[in-house]
Every structure is written in structure tokens, then in C-alpha cells.
Design a protein around this ligand. Structure first.
Ligand code: EPU
Length: 406
């Protein structure tokens, strides 16, 4: 692989920003919006609720003057996990919401107890059946614990900015997309302090107004391209990277012997001599290595000398791609749903493999490009949920990749 590729806006950041537009009657503008299926579906949900959405290139204008409903489209809600943040957005704006259970990747049990406990502490009544039915005569500030849940923290923030009084979110998630949501809401007139820390203090305001924000670069995409370049021994320039979000990635790339260089907002990956080194790939909350990047690093481990260990405690279904890598010749021992060992280096062979979720789908594309021979990846709709026009962008780097109808 050689050439240059630009990182798109972050999927997991743009979706809560879109939910935040529900909190004002004014127009909001969001730029660097990735053209991915999750964004298309989320904007369809907003339109069905009454928002006007105009897309021009990478920019979205969203105006939610009048809301027609408190019940987002069930099928679209079921197509992604991030739709859970509609609960906070609708509770904040209307003091009521009826939300079908969110869907998304089958990567493990995805409880929402943290979200619901916080809403209840803030005065909401919540009944959980086929749909989640939440109402609040008055939403009032409270001291709540977010247990580092990413969408949990985002949901509480969305509900709290228009609530009466002061909300203190303890154990808040610190991911860059949580910080970006706080910045956007503050631009809209919210009063959030402690942005980017584990304790957020929110003083509720009466109204929010329109604002403009640029979506942060997708650190998962940037990390995935870095691994892709490394395993294909490529010479690749990755443009539009926020290096501040990438410490855990750079730490692991350096440990494993990947030759990389940062210049301005670009990241260069260059061929290294010899095999990479085995490493311990442990996921954690930000700023540690994101669980969403564990699968690409698993592929890098197949090209590393020695025994790499993987420990991903966050989801119990995040090692499924390793069974697909085994089909490609990887030497892997899966000890339990959270832990595995990868022995390398091994030549990967092209195979027929299954894209199980967004991240494992992209991971198998990476593995296939590193493999000898042809691979056929099934269920690529998962990949399109999170990576914009991935086939075109990879072809521009020299990949021989095309979509085929099944
Ligand atoms: N958890 C609970 N109770 C809750 C919420 C979470 O026990 O009420 C547990 C989960 O079971 C998990 C851990 O806490 O073990 C972390 O879950 P979190 O709530 O932080 O995950 P999430 O908000 O559902 C977001 C991303 C995921 C990413 C995780 C972890 C979005 C839309 N999704 O999920 O992204 O893996 O944070 O960083 O932001 C992806 O993009 O492929 C993806 C799965």
C-alpha cells in the first residue's frame, strides 16, 4: 500500500452531536460529517421526529424547530447502538421519550442500567418493556455516577443541560467524543465545567441556541489505517489525525516496532526491516487503547515475532474475528471470551471470511490485504456503518478490492 489517505470525522462523535441538535429550536451546523450508514440512519430518525436536515458535502445543517413525536422510528433505532442517546436528547427537550431498544453490533451484552439510574435520580419515571418509556414532570439536577460508560455519560449530559439546577456527573467517561459533545453544548449556551475530566458539573440553563462544530477526526479509523500500512509493509501518509487522541496507538506501534512519524496533522507509516515484536494488547478506557482498536492490533500481532496476548475485558464478543483469522492461517489460542494469545509471525492466506461487526469487518479487510491470495469478505454492510467509501479509499492506496453482489 502506498499513497495518502485522509481520516474522516468520528462516527462515535458525530452521532451524539446530532442528538444534541434536538435541544434547540435553532439551526446547528456540523462539519466534517462522515458519509456512513449510521449517520444516514440517525439523520433519518431526526427528520421523522420533525428536524430539517440539509447535507452539503461534508456539512450538515440541522434544525429542530418543532418536534412531531417523542417516539423515534423503531427500526432505525434498532439499527445502531448510538440511538440510545436519543433518550437523553428527547428527555431534555420534551421531558418524555419512547425509545425502542437500540441495536448495533453483537459484541456482548450492552446494558443501560447506568443511563436509567441517572435519569431516575434526575426525576424521570422509566418503564422498560418492548420500548423504554421515560417521562419527567420536571428534570432536576442530581449527583450521578456514569461508571465511565461512554454513551451513558453522553446521555446524562444531554438530559442535564436543560434540567433545573446542578448535575454532577462522577466517574464520567473521558473519551474525546464526550469532550466534543460538551464543547458543542457549551457553544450552544450550556454551562458545563470539568470538560474532558472524570467529573462534570452542569448548571442547567433555560434555553440553548444554534452553534457550529467540526467533528473530531476518527481515532479508530486513524489507528486502523496505521495498522493496515504496517501489516502490508506500506508507505502511507495518513492525513488529518489528531495526535493528542492517539497516545495509546503510538505507544503500541512503537512497542511492536512499527516505523512511524508524526508531522503537523499527518502520520506517516514506513516499512520497517524484519518482523514486528509481540506485545500485550490490553484495552481500557480512554486514554488507554480503545476496545474498537483491539481487532486491528490482533492482526498486527499475527505479523509479530513471539506470543502476543490480547485482553479485552469491555465486550465479551470482541474476539470473534480471531476465528476468522484462524481460517486465514493465524496461529491463535482463544482462552475465553476476553483473552487470547496470538503466535507469530505467520503468513496469512486469502479465505472466505465473515465481517461480524463494524470493527471486525474493517479488521478482516486489513488482514485480507496483508494475506497471500484472494479473500472474500461477507456481510460488508457492517463496515459501511462506520467507514466511508472504504473500498474507493483503499483502492487509491493501491488495494485490489471491489464490491460484489452476493
Ligand atoms: N456498561 C454497563 N452498564 C451500562 C453501560 C455500560 O455495565 O449501563 C458496561 C458495558 O457492558 C461495557 C462497559 O460498561 O462493559 C463500557 O460500555 P460503554 O457504555 O462505555 O459502551 P457504549 O457507550 O455502549 C461506546 C461506543 C462503542 C465502544 C464503547 C467503549 C458508541 C456509539 N459506541 O459504546 O463503539 O466500543 O463505547 O469504548 O459510542 C464501535 O464503534 O464499534 C463501538 C462498539
Amino acid at each position: 500500500m502506498s499513497g495518502s489517505v485522509t481520516v474522516m470525522g468520528s462516527k462515535n462523535s458525530v452521532l451524539p452531536l446530532l442528538a444534541a441538535t434536538l435541544l434547540t429550536r435553532d439551526e446547528c451546523v456540523i462539519t466534517r460529517v462522515p458519509d456512513i450508514v449510521d449517520v444516514q440512519n440517525f439523520t433519518k430518525i431526526l427528520e421523522k421526529l420533525g428536524s430539517k436536515v440539509i447535507r452539503k458535502n461534508k456539512s450538515l445543517k440541522v434544525c429542530c424547530g418543532e418536534l412531531k413525536s417523542d417516539c423515534p422510528d423503531k427500526k432505525l433505532v434498532g439499527s445502531m447502538r448510538a440511538s440510545i442517546v436519543l433518550l437523553g436528547g428527547l428527555l431534555g427537550r420534551l421531558h418524555k421519550a419512547r425509545l425502542a431498544h437500540p441495536g448495533g453490533d453483537l459484541i456482548g451484552a450492552r446494558p443501560i442500567d447506568v443511563h436509567l439510574r441517572a435519569f431516575r435520580s434526575m426525576g424521570a419515571n422509566i418503564a422498560e418493556g418492548e420500548i423504554i418509556n421515560a417521562t419527567a414532570k420536571k428534570l432536576k439536577g442530581a449527583e450521578v455516577y456514569a461508571e465511565s460508560s461512554v454513551t451513558g455519560t453522553e446521555n446524562i449530559i444531554l438530559a442535564a443541560v436543560l434540567a433545573k439546577g446542578r448535575t454532577v456527573i462522577k466517574l464520567a467517561a473521558q473519551e474525546p467524543h464526550v469532550e466534543a459533545l460538551c464543547k458543542f453544548l457549551n457553544l450552544m449556551g450550556a454551562k458545563i465545567v470539568g470538560v474532558g475530566t472524570h467529573t462534570l458539573i452542569i448548571n442547567g440553563v433555560k434555553n440553548l441556541h444554534g452553534a457550529k462544530i467540526e467533528v473530531i477526526p476518527d481515532m479508530i479509523e486513524a489507528g486502523s489505517f496505521a495498522v493496515l500500512a504496517a501489516v502490508t509493509k506500506g508507505n502511507v501518509e495518513i492525513k488529518g489525525v489528531n495526535h493528542n487522541h492517539m497516545d495509546a496507538v503510538y505507544n503500541k506501534l512503537a512497542e511492536m516496532g512499527v516505523n512511524f512519524e508524526k508531522t503537523g496533522s499527518n502520520l506517516y507509516i514506513r516499512p520497517s526491516g524484519g518482523a514486528y515484536s509481540a506485545a500485550s494488547i490490553r484495552t481500557g478506557y480512554y486514554p488507554n487503547l480503545a476496545t474498537d482498536l483491539q481487532p486491528p492490533f490482533g492482526v498486527l500481532a499475527t505479523q509479530a515475532k513471539g506470543c502476543s496476548s490480547i485482553h479485552d475485558w469491555i465486550w465479551e464478543g470482541r474476539l470473534g474475528y480471531l476465528y476468522e483469522l484462524k481460517k486465514m492461517g493465524a496461529n491463535v489460542t482463544i482462552m475465553n471470551p476476553h483473552q487470547a494469545q496470538v503466535f507469530g509471525p505467520t503468513d496469512l492466506r486469502g479465505s472466505v471470511i465473515d465481517s461480524l461487526d463494524i470493527r471486525s469487518g474493517m479488521t478482516l479487510v486489513i488482514a485480507s490485504l496483508a494475506a497471500i491470495g484472494r479473500s472474500e469478505i461477507k456481510n460488508i454492510h457492517h463496515i459501511d456503518r462506520g467507514y466511508e467509501h472504504i473500498d474507493e479509499r483503499l483502492r487509491a492506496l493501491g488495494a485490489d478490492i471491489r464490491r460484489v453482489e452476493s
